[in-house]
Design a binder for this molecule. Structure first.
Ligand code: NAP
Length: 269
């Protein structure tokens, strides 16, 4: 498994699984919970150890139970969850604290590897307060690393004025419809790991044809080409599939290297 060493010295896998539709009717984001975590079981069986959930996904508890039931040691997993940016969760320091304690409880773990703020908190005071609580959980060892998601360059610059512990990850959209390259450049210059959500989303038929043609040279499919492109440039990915064959393909990214010519084609899709 390819890994990256974060600014705080902790190692994170560069490939993980998303979970935003796991445990839900019709594999639908807004679907009712049905406690069917077979897709996560199969992802774990396929070898995924970084698991990305969030309070917004409503499935922390089932994700935690599935990990526990796998019988694999806790330390082998890298668990990410995220606090929503709304007042209900970040309106006061006490609320933030209670939210994090609930995540620990739901996930059934003593510590969480990475805790992110899911979306920018526009209120400066609330952002600062939330960050301070997250920092206090790092101090106590209940959270190993803290970061953000969907933050802009400007919002990250602003955090520098108060963050005692700097964010080590920014989870952002990155796919051929929205590479987010300027932000990725900034993140990498500032030693913040970019982690791509929706890495296989919004790929047009035309883009798929071009990627498939590149993949043919390496014996890989279009999805593997896209994911390999991201990890080869140091961007982590959290693809999600309900299909074990695709889960396995998305993890099989280490035995090929995209050529500079192919990288150029992908960059300019
Ligand atoms: N921080 C945020 O704001 C945010 C936003 C969105 C998502 N996320 C996180 O990022 C994760 C990934 O994003 P995502 O789930 O939206 O989309 P994704 O990983 O881009 O996957 C999109 C779809 O592609 C299909 N797929 C997967 N592997 C494939 C392959 N090898 N070939 C062809 N199709 C393939 C899957 O359908 P099948 O099931 O049919 O394979 C899946 O529904 C989420 O699960 C979530 O954890 C975070």
């Amino acid at each position: 498994m390819r890994t990256h060493t974060l600014a705080n010295g902790i190692t994170i896998p560069l490939v993980g699984t998303g979970t935003n539709t796991y445990g839900k009717v019709d594999n639908s984001y807004n679907g009712e919970l049905n406690n069917d975590f077979s897709a996560l079981e199969s992802a774990i069986e396929a070898g995924y150890r970084l698991i990305d959930t969030a309070i917004y996904y409503r499935n922390e508890s089932g994700v935690g139970q599935t990990i526990k039931d796998s019988g694999i040691a806790r330390e082998e997993f890298y668990l990410t969850t995220k606090i929503p940016e709304t007042e209900e969760y970040v309106g006061s320091k006490e609320l933030v604290k209670q939210t994090i304690l609930k995540s620990l409880d739901n996930l059934k773990v003593d510590y969480i590897d990475l805790y992110l703020i899911h979306k920018p908190i526009e209120n400066k005071e609330m952002l600062k307060n939330t960050w301070e609580v997250l920092e206090s959980f790092v101090d106590s060892g209940k959270i190993k690393s803290i970061g953000v998601s969907n933050f802009t360059l400007e919002q990250l610059e602003e955090m520098k004025s108060f963050a005692r512990i700097k964010p080590v990850v920014n989870q952002i959209e990155s796919n051929p419809s929205n590479w987010n390259n300027d932000l990725i450049d900034y993140l990498q210059k500032n030693d913040i790991l970019p982690e791509a959500w929706g890495p296989l989303s919004k790929v047009t038929d035309e883009q798929q044809t071009i990627l498939t043609k590149i993949g043919d040279k390496y014996g890989k499919n279009w999805g593997q080409v896209l994911l390999r492109y991201q990890i080869q440039r140091g961007v982590a990915v959290i693809p999600k599939s309900h299909n074990q064959k695709r889960q396995m393909l998305n993890l099989d990214l280490v035995n090929f290297n995209l050529s500079p010519e192919d990288i150029h084609i992908i960059k300019t899709l």
